[in-house]
Design a protein around this ligand. Structure first.
Ligand SMILES: [Fe+2]
Length: 203
């Protein structure tokens, strides 16, 4: 795979691990696979992107991707995917690239309703949900991924025109029902606007 597909799919795998771990379905198998997959992504993604001949790093990313897939097959996903599905369909933003933009701000949004993020933060040597969000932002930058939707060339006018439509669809996405915090229409709209600009979401 070329570098951008390695990074996008790797960040999608990371998102599967995080969303499955905090979903409102409790599942011991998903928990172990999600934590293990997340650790492998943090340890190998940058290497797999920057040194494409490192087959061990690529094998590790393959394994992490599969583990994340098993985790979300048991425990579903959350609103990162609900938000991402819409901008993928409407604007053609690659799925993993979109997830990597939404994931840190969704962690900030969800942290009021779940105590699970610090367990994932510990795996990357940190303590809090906010620190986990920041580590994901650093990993995203290290593999040359955008931190905003507008970086994909979406004009403000076009964004404003479609925002209510994609927000309504995201609210109705099946993944929304498994998110640890039940969002309102306005919550998702606020998350979309923060991620359009690439700024920190404020609860
Ligand atoms: Fe995904």
């Amino acid at each position: 795979m070329p570098a951008h597909i390695t990074s996008n799919t790797g960040l999608d795998a990371l998102t599967h691990c995080v969303e499955a771990y905090v979903s409102n379905i409790e599942d011991n198998y998903a928990d172990v696979l999600a934590k293990g997959g997340l650790e492998i992504v943090f340890d190998n993604l940058e290497e797999a992107v920057n040194n494409p001949t490192n087959i061990k790093a690529r094998q590790n990313m393959h394994d992490a991707s599969f583990m994340g897939g098993l985790a979300f097959n048991n425990a579903w996903l959350g609103i990162v995917h609900s938000l991402s599905h819409q901008v993928g369909a409407l604007y053609g933003i690659p799925h993993g690239a979109a997830n990597a933009i939404f994931l840190p701000n969704v962690i900030r949004y969800n942290q009021t309703e779940t105590t699970r993020y610090p367990n994932l933060a510990k795996i990357v040597g940190k303590e809090t949900a906010e620190e986990l969000a920041q580590e994901i932002e650093k990993l995203r930058a290290s593999v040359n991924n955008n931190g905003s939707l507008k970086a994909f060339g979406i004009s403000r006018e076009d964004w404003d025109k479609n925002l209510d439509y994609i927000t309504k669809n995201a609210l109705e996405d099946p993944c929304t029902g498994f998110n640890p915090r039940k969002p309102s229409f306005q919550d998702l709209k606020d998350l979309y606007n923060a991620c359009y600009e690439g700024v920190v979401y404020q609860n």
